[in-house]
Design a protein around this ligand. Structure first.
Ligand code: ATP
Ligand code: MG
Length: 451
């Protein structure tokens, strides 16, 4: 390209273009270059580029050489010295348009780009990047907020679920307690009903027994007088005397009445125990004899203490102290004795079936000890020599629904309810001591007048 061709081509382009020889001589420029420098375009051709820039001649030569020997565009930086003395930093893109030959030097086209413009581009770019970064930040924050909200929601859902589960558990517990209470109250009512039904005829028999005895004694006395007055009775009477074995009858009838008396007294005792156990009429606080409660409970459980085909008899050893009457809810306290004694019997039956329990197998026993601790407290201890309880189960004993018994056999509420009755209703204490294989001991401590 000749300088003329170049000028023709560069004239129409708005960007500053220069045609330079590889030695640095300006061959042609277009108007934008003259504008940048603040001079007339015609002044520029023939001048050396070094005069127009602040960079060292050496640097410029090196740059031009790089441009002439490269096929690609070479980027450089030129600081133009304007006519008014100001400096103008430009980015330059140099491309060889006619390679060097022995006849002529290389021709290089330089395209200048004002750095200010470039900088503003950079500013724009930076702004864009900034905006993008901010957008990314915003999105991150939104994402974080979303994650947090999600977390909170999950926690809330979890809390609600836990609360619902707790409510459900409570409801189940209340339901089972109600069933248990209902069962106890039906048992109480039944026991009280039976006791009442038996009580009337027994009192009737007991009351008449005395008279029947007396009448018989009177009749026998009469017979005796007859015998004295008529020592030789006619054969008919003599025959009857022999037939009924009058001497034996006279002896035996006294014994008979005695055993009937003992029998009816025993029935009366049982009735009393049954009534004592049910204590339906005593939902209120009462001052009672604790031993009566324990004894009546034992009476109810008596059939389970007897020997059977599968189990030996369970001996009950009572070590009762002199106890003051205790102010309590007697029906509820009996329920506690019932639960603990029934558990002891269960444990003894279980050890009777266990080959490793040879010792207790032949000698199952329950020891009930009562003691006065001080003037305010009494203690009842119920100990068995059954299977005992593993240490790791101790902490669970009083939990609702904790049972080691087969399905349908234990509901796991006995000790839980007992604990509520002793600790909450009577401000007492209920504790368990046990060594596996050596039995278990439950200790009830209650204030003499707690509530
Ligand atoms: N004397 C004891 N010897 C050995 N284990 C016992 C004794 N008393 C209680 N336990 C253990 O404690 C558990 C809980 O007793 P709890 O009376 O609360 O429930 P349960 O007897 O299993 O069922 P429920 O009394 O409701 O019919 C029993 O399953 C048993 O494992
Ligand atoms: Mg039980």
């Amino acid at each position: 390209m000749t300088p003329e061709q170049f000028l023709e081509f560069a004239r129409v382009l708005p960007e500053p273009l220069l045609l330079v020889s590889s030695e640095g001589q300006l061959l042609a420029t277009n108007q934008p270059v003259a504008d940048m420098l603040g001079c007339r375009r015609q002044e520029l051709p023939g001048r050396m580029i070094f005069e127009l820039v602040t960079e060292s001649t050496n640097d410029i030569v090196k740059y031009l050489q790089a441009c002439s020997s490269s096929r690609a565009m070479v980027i450089g930086s030129l600081t133009l010295r304007k006519n008014d003395g100001q400096m103008l930093v430009c980015r330059s893109q140099g491309a060889v348009i006619q390679p060097w030959s022995p006849e002529s030097s290389a021709l290089i086209l330089l395209r200048l780009e004002n750095r200010v413009v470039a900088t503003s581009n950079f500013v724009l770019l930076n702004e864009k990047i900034d905006e993008l970064a901010k957008e990314v930040q915003r999105r991150k924050q939104a994402e974080e907020a979303l994650w947090k909200a999600n977390q909170e929601l999950e926690i809330r859902v979890e809390e609600r679920t836990t609360a619902l589960q707790e409510t459900l558990n409570e409801l189940q517990l209340t339901q089972t307690q109600l069933i248990q209470a209902e069962k106890m109250s039906s048992l109480g009512q039944m026991v009280a009903g039976i006791a009442h039904e038996i009580n009337n005829p027994v009192s009737f028999i007991y009351g008449n027994l005395h008279h029947a005895h007396k009448y018989t004694q009177d009749l026998l006395r009469l017979v005796e007088i007859y015998q004295q007055v008529y020592p030789s009775p006619p054969p008919e009477i003599q025959k009857q005397v022999e037939e009924i074995d009058l001497d034996f009858l006279i002896q035996d009838i006294a014994k008979l009445f005695q055993s009937m008396k003992v029998g009816t007294e025993r029935i009366q005792e049982i009735v009393k125990s049954l009534r004592n156990f049910s204590r339906l009429d005593e939902a209120e606080l009462k001052k009672v004899n604790i031993h009566e409660g324990i004894d009546s409970t034992l009476m109810i459980l008596d059939h389970r203490l007897q020997a059977s085909d599968n189990y030996p008899e369970i001996k009950v050893i009572k070590k009762y102290s002199q106890l003051p009457n205790v102010t309590c809810y007697p029906g509820q306290l009996n329920q506690v004795f019932m639960n603990i004694l029934a558990n002891a019997i269960d444990a003894l039956e279980a050890s009777a079936n266990n080959d490793n329990q040879k010792l207790t197998k032949n000698n199952p026993q329950i020891q009930i000890k009562t003691e006065v601790i001080d003037e305010k407290w009494i203690e009842v201890s119920i100990a068995d020599n059954g299977l005992g309880i593993n240490e790791q189960l101790h902490s669970k004993l009083f939990d609702p629904f904790f049972t080691t018994k087969a399905v349908g056999k234990g509901s796991g509420l006995g000790l839980y309810i007992s604990y509520q009755i002793i600790v909450e209703k009577h401000s007492g204490q209920l504790s368990c001591f046990s060594e596996p294989g050596k039995g278990a001991e439950f200790i009830i401590k209650i204030p003499v007048s707690s509530v």
